[in-house]
Design a protein around this ligand. Structure first.
Ligand code: CDP
Ligand code: CDP
Length: 212
């Protein structure tokens, strides 16, 4: 086979996909692509242009630059919400398909997203679906964005985060084009009671067994 293995890491918001995919790539000496960043960058450009994220945004996806992807403000919750809206547009997704496939062509890759194992690489060598309860994921994202769980008002902010994640998950799973779903041949890792180290150990063991 040409190139190295393709490893798909899919799952809902803030499940730990990126954390795992990056570490898996390092452990296996494979390139890593955060595909959510592509949609976040398109969502950011739509917001910058003052347009409703539901308005046509394919031109942003078609002309995406490395500078757009390197912006520091792509992790904000409002950008995630805009990303989910532009990601429901077939023309936006179409504009990003080749970029994602080409990324893995030379050496293989680990990619994390929503549709990697179902649409982008339906024949990926390894497919992982990383998940956790909404409450766990909301807390993870709150802490990741610098939140202090002991500060006054923290509980309300975490609850608000959970609502935002649930809204985004429902939109991502319910859209017509490339909805988030578990590939038939994906290994599901339920991470509520696992540390990132434990998830990596499980994923590496499964991956090595699959690649043998
Ligand atoms: O990429 P995705 O949105 O799925 O999640 P992430 O940004 O990789 O992870 C969200 C946060 O959860 C990060 O701060 C991780 O350190 C933390 N975390 C994790 O990734 N895995 C666990 N088992 C526990 C916590
Ligand atoms: O890090 P988190 O899981 O919160 O989000 P992300 O992976 O950065 O993705 C942001 C949004 O982009 C998602 O809510 C999806 O709507 C969209 N996305 C997608 O449609 N397909 C992908 N392969 C990756 C992201």
């Amino acid at each position: 086979k040409q190139g190295g293995p393709v490893i798909a890491v899919d799952g809902p918001a803030a499940a730990g996909k990126g954390t795992l995919a990056k570490r898996l790539a390092a452990a296996l000496s494979l390139p890593y692509l955060d595909t959510g960043l592509l949609y976040r960058a398109v969502g950011r450009l739509a917001l910058d242009a003052g347009q409703d994220p539901a308005a046509p945004a394919a031109h942003f996806a078609e002309t995406l630059t490395p500078e757009d992807l390197a912006r520091k403000d792509l992790r904000a919750p409002e950008v995630a919400a805009a990303a989910s809206k532009v990601a429901a547009q077939p023309a936006v997704r179409q504009a990003l398909v080749e970029t994602q496939r080409r990324f893995a062509a030379a050496q293989g890759a680990v990619l994390d997203g929503r549709d990697i194992g179902t649409v982008i690489f339906p024949h990926a060598d390894v497919k992982l679906f990383i998940t956790a309860s909404p409450a766990t994921r909301a807390l993870r994202r709150f802490l990741q964005l610098g939140g202090d769980q002991t500060a006054p008002g923290a509980a309300a902010q975490i609850a608000e985060m959970e609502d935002a994640l649930k809204t985004r998950d429902a939109a991502d799973a319910g859209r017509d084009v490339a909805p988030m779903q578990v590939a038939a041949d994906a290994q599901i890792i339920e991470t509520d009671s696992l540390t990132a180290d434990e998830v990596l150990a499980l994923a590496l063991a499964y991956t090595r067994q699959r690649l043998d």
